[in-house]
Design a protein around this ligand. Structure first.
Ligand SMILES: [Zn+2]
Length: 394
């Protein structure tokens, strides 16, 4: 889920047009994956449970613009359920399950990127100064353990700041801006950091491993949006012979402006689309009902409106009917700040009826998000059941 506020608001017509024209030039050159041209560790495809898929995906590094590790996992995990897998020029993964001729073409979109950091400069003392990739609140940064991913390896480190003992009174009251923070990997000086292989542009993730909390509740660093990726894989697994053609797309660069979804949607030219993403679970102290009534463990959320999308009425009817017929509990949300890939897909070409199925997740855009596995299962069940019925609606 992308943050959309003030000057950072993204999704202008100009941005979309330029992304689409780039795609238009390149679409003919899409790469078809075969075991011979990409060296994947498991060419048979990884068949794991939903829980295991989420663990592998959440632990992987996929900071916006550097999604390659997650992309490789997605290719392996989608392979058993697809007739064909492509990686396009933007490096979106497109797994295609072919349907009957003349039936609707459905695009599923789950973004593979996560919010994180990137090496910006190295100080002469060997500390790393960084930029933020995606919407991260500066207040969560100090004292976080991180991993700096260099070309050849990865180094653990921590985000350092001035200790409270030597802060002035007014400094203690202020939020420390990210540009006053730095990462310490224990390098002796700049030359030492360079000799370790640290370079400008290296992605940096939070150092948090997937963890089971109470029964069915898990915590991880990148549920936004590896949760959506895991739901998409599960949806493809659940799909039996559908009339529709389904293009399950792992998109890139969502957190900085829904960019991969723009080009993928232009290339695929779907009849309708569903984004699978997380949404804010508001069942924690301090969140007003006005802000959200969505709760963890109460089933998938359907967006009526957010900052970038008003869900197409036919899409909403289709999903609501499916949920009712399949007895899947759902939650509705409207007026949400933030948006998903569905916003961009919906205004592709002459327009694509689009909606979202969202997994309620606590503390998104922080290193420690929490969700319920049951919500993942129900989200996949809803998506798969809806796809089976799509031909009667579209
Ligand atoms: Zn997000």
């Amino acid at each position: 889920m992308v943050v959309m506020v003030g000057a950072d608001r993204i999704g202008s017509r100009e941005q979309i047009d330029s992304a689409q024209s780039i795609c238009n030039r390149r679409i003919a050159n899409r790469l078809i994956i075969s075991p011979s041209n990409l060296n994947y560790t498991n060419t048979e495809g990884l068949i794991l449970s939903l829980n295991q898929n989420l663990e592998k995906l959440s632990n992987a590094c996929g900071v916006t613009g550097r999604e390659n590790t997650v992309r490789d996992l997605m290719v392996d995990m989608l392979k058993p359920y697809a007739d064909e897998i492509q990686v396009d020029r933007m490096e979106n993964v497109i797994a295609i399950k072919k349907g009957k001729h003349g039936a609707p073409k459905i695009m599923l979109a789950a973004h593979m990127d996560e919010v994180g950091l990137m090496v910006k400069t190295l100080t002469k003392d060997g500390f790393i100064q960084f930029s933020k990739m995606g919407g991260i609140d500066d207040r969560i940064l100090p004292a976080q353990k991180v991993v700096v991913h260099t070309k050849a390896t990865a180094y653990p480190g921590t985000i350092g700041s001035k200790p409270p003992h030597i802060q002035k009174e007014e400094e203690r009251k202020k939020i420390i801006s990210y540009d006053d923070l730095f990462i310490d990997i224990g390098a002796k000086d700049k030359e030492d950091a360079i000799s370790l292989g640290v370079a400008v542009g290296d992605p940096i993730t939070f150092d948090v491993k997937y963890l089971q909390l109470s029964k069915g509740v898990v915590m991880g660093k990148a549920f936004d949006n590896r949760a959506g990726c895991a739901v998409m894989i599960e949806t493809m697994r659940l799909l039996k012979e559908a009339n529709c053609t389904v293009c399950a797309v792992g998109t890139v660069q969502e957190e900085v402006g829904l960019r991969g979804a723009a080009t993928a949607a232009f290339g695929i030219d779907p009849d309708l689309a569903i984004a699978l993403d997380v949404t804010i679970a508001g069942d924690v102290p301090g969140v007003r009902e006005f802000d959200t009534t969505v709760k963890m463990g109460k089933g998938p959320a359907l967006t009526i409106s957010d900052s970038g999308l008003i869900t197409h009425p036919k899409i909403l009817r289709w999903l609501l009917d499916t949920a009712q017929e399949e007895k899947i509990p759902i939650q509705l949300e409207s007026g949400l700040l933030g948006s998903t890939d569905a916003a961009r897909i919906s205004i592709t070409r002459q327009g694509v009826p689009s909606g979202t199925i969202s997994i309620p997740t606590r503390y998104i855009h922080s290193p420690t998000s929490i969700l319920s596995i049951q919500d993942l299962e129900l989200s996949a069940k809803l998506a798969a059941a809806a796809i089976q019925k799509a031909a009667t609606y579209f």
